[in-house]
Design a protein. Structure first.
Ligand code: PEP
Ligand code: MG
Length: 912
């Protein structure tokens, strides 16, 4: 989501004042075009009213009211009160009801509605307008006294909690309303709320009011307008509650956007057996299949479905229970998709067999569903190819590549229970009952499965940290399911056979008892839950790519392939990969990589004996010793490069010369020092002294990059020799591979640094070609990863044949923030909105981006043919890819699994 600044559309009223309240109903002021001003919910309610869908009348207070509210010490614009009165009067006129009247009282709902939906993050008030008098009118008009008093007690509970702040004061305390309710249920000898009689409910209301009075010192307000302003204020305030802030941070929603507030006439799904309420999708949000999908409850309020308190019925059952309403809903689905040209997620209520639409929005969906919906909507000619590409969040393509359980292992595993498949993929990990625990496990590099009875927005942190989410309650539209889909997490919900006991720290199914910390596995595609950990297997796409499955047998692969073909047709950016081994390279090629943009040669020395030779080389005190170690490293390098060149089959391969920040390679602990001492036949003290002498205060800014090759040209010589000999060997194969190696010098800030190293590379190239009697083309270029390199790119481009922007170091040096240590303060920066995105993950376009732009411009000024790429981590980040497209780079390079994401993101950037 782009962090754009709010661009509000101001509508002027006749008196030339800003209009703050937009009506919808018989007369509708807004439309879907005013999303920034009316929020997603408000704009779509207006749009539904416009296309003739049955929407209860109401009005939307704009996001500008929210902005004003926060900019003016939580005051409203002066004209708002009159506008609200007029809007309420408009509803009253349409329905023949009156707010606060003792006959035909108008009841309202007050809900938030930001530009991007933030499910469950802000507050809602229902049944507003009820008081000691109007409740009597509702009772007689509905002919259902228990219903009326239940509405009233719900309203008091919501209002008391949200507006008057009557809540649990600590983790150990229960919600005072819930506690009161439970006590009364016990006294009345009933189990369920809906078994309470009108008399019970009247008593409950009395007790609720007493709770409020005791806790706040004030009474629950009887005046309907006071209730309305209290509710509106609470919803605006909830824009800044902790979970809304956290959600905005995660999804990059700017605080300045603000929320709109929707006030709408209540309709009741809980007035009796001819009433119902539900949440539905025009297609299956988990797998994208075109089926009418959702759930409903007879005789319930909307929140009951979303909160997952009662297990709802699948929507198909509505065809039996209320066939007319079901048929009408099927038509609504068609109308909605045709109009909004996207899968819709909508809420409806049936009051006395009459259908009302309460909300519609583009439905959240899994990555898999996003791909399927886009591909199939294109096939159905709803949307063209470019629109289809734009509708797939680039990151979601990676969910087609996620692991599934190894079929054989899964078959053998005993199914513990089954829940609703709500987020596809396979996840195994430790049972964690709290968000804190899941975070702790994940922080230690472990895998966590967050297991909750039901999730609430407070669990967000845990959901982010966990690999998978399991709930024993709640349906496919429950909070857990919704967020899991959005976060692309594996999720199984509503597994009602599971009994989670937080107090005892157990998860029980029948006689099986698992403890917190035990392994559990969940299949978010089928809903199956297994005790213990089950081996995972590659996704269908990977199986096809590895030749284990035929393309024609996998619908998922066909969709993936279709999207990738479309992407390749539209993108301008090349996509390469960062790979150091033939295995990684082959995987990347299968994902569509067009070359290697970065081979970090120091990574080739982590394995086996190699690290010892590498350390010998680094610790050498003179050239002779160093050359001795380098001689041992040469054959490894040559073999590795030959492997890479072969795996890439003639595609370009950029090999970067050694760039080891020394501390990563020095032996630190006693045993590795001893091992090295033994291998060199010296005393451990010699090693300790040398390590001490090489110690750097800032190794990231120390003796690394080209500085190393300049100090010790024999290192560059060895590496160049290995690269060129490997290339020569490829040319001499029976089936020659025409490699054009690209030798890359790291950390260059001065043109003369590059010249120094390029001289060595050219000399060695000539020597190898002479010796091997083969001639081939090669390029020598540099990384641009320190600000001076970018600023003097015109001088550097005199020698360089290509630049690759090293945005990891460029961010580190440009921002003056250690890439290894920034984690300790970036959280706070994010929280305070100083830097909403981690600049090491998504490019800081304003600052570091400027350095890239300067580098591009200056580099091309001197050398119009210079090839320009980027190989920092940002090469796999969709927002950064857009930036790189816009500044005119030739290619991005990213890790192998990000290659499909980068291909799609590059196409989206090109489409604009
Ligand atoms: C970079 O700095 O962006 C880069 C790709 O190099 P490394 O991460 O190896 O420092
Ligand atoms: Mg670097």
């Amino acid at each position: 989501m782009p962090a754009k600044k709010a661009k509000t559309v101001k509508k002027k009223t006749a008196k030339n004042a800003v209009k703050y309240s937009y009506d919808f109903g018989d007369k509708t002021d807004g439309s879907v075009k005013l999303r920034e001003l009316l929020g997603g919910k408000g704009a779509n309610l207006a749009e539904m009213a416009r296309i003739g869908l049955p929407v209860p009348p109401g009005f939307t207070l704009t996001t500008e009211v929210c902005t004003y509210f926060y900019a003016n010490g939580r005051q409203y614009p002066k004209s708002l009160e009159a506008e609200v009165k007029a809007s309420v009067a408009t509803i009253e006129k349409q329905l023949g009801k009156k707010l606060g009247a003792e006959k035909n009282p108008l009841l309202l709902s007050v809900r938030s509605g930001a530009r991007e939906s933030m499910p469950g993050m802000m507050d809602t008030i229902l049944n507003l307008g009820l008081n000691d008098k109007t409740v009597k009118a509702l009772a007689s008009e509905s002919g259902n006294e228990a219903f009326a008093y239940d509405c009233y007690r719900r309203f008091i509970q919501m209002y008391g909690d949200v507006v008057m702040g009557v809540q649990a004061r600590s983790e150990n305390e229960h919600c005072p309303f819930e506690e009161t309710l439970e006590k009364l249920r016990k006294e009345a000898g009933v189990k369920l709320d809906n078994e309470l009689t009108a008399e019970n409910l009247k008593e409950l209301i009395k007790r609720y009011k007493a709770v409020i009075k005791k806790r706040t010192g004030t009474s629950f307000p009887q005046d309907a307008y006071e209730q309305l302003w209290g509710s509106v204020g609470a919803v605006f305030k909830s824009w800044q509650n902790e979970r809304a802030i956290l959600y905005r941070q995660k999804y990059g929603i700017p605080a300045e956007w603000g929320t709109a507030v929707n006030v709408q006439a209540m309709v009741f799904g809980n007035m009796g057996e001819t009433c119902a309420t539900g949440v539905a999708f025009t297609r299956d949000p988990a797998n994208g299949e075109q089926v009418f999908y959702g759930e409903y409850l007879i005789n319930a309020q909307g929140e009951d479905v979303v909160a997952g308190i009662r297990n709802a019925n699948p929507i198909a059952k509505l065809a039996e229970e209320m066939p007319a309403a079901h048929a009408e809903l099927v038509e609504v689905c068609k109308k909605l998709e045709k109009h909004f040209k996207d899968m819709q997620d909508f809420e409806f209520t049936i009051e006395d067999n009459k259908l009302y639409m309460l909300q519609t929005r583009n439905g959240k969906r899994t990555g898999l569903a996003a791909v399927r919906i886009a591909v199939e909507m294109n096939k159905q000619k709803f949307i063209d190819q470019k629109t289809a590409l734009k509708k797939i969040p680039a990151d979601s393509i990676s969910s087609l590549l996620v692991a599934v359980f190894d079929p054989a292992a899964e078959k053998k595993a005993k199914v513990l229970a089954t829940g609703l498949p709500a987020g596809p993929g396979a996840a195994s990990g430790k049972i964690c009952f709290t968000a804190e625990k899941a975070e702790a496990v994940a922080n230690k590099g472990g895998h966590a499965i967050l297991c909750r009875v039901e999730t609430t927005p407070e669990d967000l942190r845990g959901m982010i940290a966990a690999d998978g989410i399991l709930t024993s309650r709640g349906g496919v539209s429950s909070h857990a399911a919704l967020l899991a889909r959005q976060m692309n997490k594996v999720c199984v919900c509503g597994a009602s056979d599971i009994v989670i006991n937080y107090g005892a720290g157990t998860l029980k199914v029948g006689k099986t008892v698992l403890q917190e910390g035990d392994d559990i596995s969940i299949n978010g595609t089928t809903g199956a839950i297994y005790a213990g950990s089950v081996e995972t297997a590659p996704s269908e796409v990977n199986q096809v790519l590895n030749g284990k499955l035929k393309a024609k047998d996998s619908y998922t692969y066909k969709m993936y392939d279709q999207v990738m073909k479309w992407a390749d047709k539209h993108r301008k950016l090349g996509v390469r990969t960062n790979a150091d081994t033939p295995g990684q390279s082959a995987a990347a090629v299968a994902y569509g990589a067009e070359g290697i943009g970065l081979c970090r040669t120091e990574h080739m020395f982590f394995e086996g004996d190699r690290i010892t030779y590498m350390r010998q080389m680094i610790l050498a005190t003179d050239e002779k010793e160093r050359r001795k170690a380098l001689k041992k490293l040469l054959p490894f390098q040559r073999k590795d490069f030959t492997g890479l060149f072969k795996a890439m089959g003639g595609r370009p391969v950029t090999v970067r010369l050694l760039d080891p920040p020394l501390h990563e390679f020095l032996p630190h602990d006693e045993s590795s020092k001893r091992e090295l001492a033994n291998s060199l036949g010296v005393d451990i003290e010699v090693i300790s002294n040398r390590v001490h002498a090489l110690h750097e205060a800032n190794p990231m800014l120390g003796h690394r990059g080209c500085r190393l090759g300049i100090s010790y040209p024999e290192i560059t010589e060895m590496q160049a020799q290995a690269i060129f000999e490997a290339a020569a060997a490829c040319y001499k194969l029976k089936k020659p591979i025409k490699v054009i190696p690209e030798v890359m010098i790291p950390l260059v800030g001065f043109a003369d640094e590059l010249k120094n190293q390029v001289d060595v590379v050219h000399r060695v190239a000539a020597e190898v070609m002479e010796k091997k009697k083969v001639k081939f083309k090669y390029l020598v270029g540099t990384m641009i990863e320190v600000p001076r390199g970018a600023l003097t790119a015109d001088e550097i481009a005199e020698t360089a044949e290509f630049f690759s922007f090293g945005t990891n170091d460029l961010t580190q040096t440009g921002l003056g923030m250690s890439r290894d240590d920034a984690g300790s303060f970036l959280g706070k920066y994010k929280e305070l909105d100083i830097m909403p995105q981690n600049p090491f993950a998504s490019i800081d376009a304003k600052g570091v981006g400027q350095l890239v732009e300067i580098g591009v411009k200056k580099g091309r000024k001197t050398n119009t043919n210079i090839k320009l790429g980027i190989c920092g981590e940002h090469g796999g980040d969709p927002a950064s890819i857009k930036f790189f497209h816009n500044v005119g780079l030739d290619y991005v390079s990213c890790s192998p699994p990000r290659v499909p994401v980068a291909r799609l993101a590059a196409a989206q950037a090109a489409i604009g």
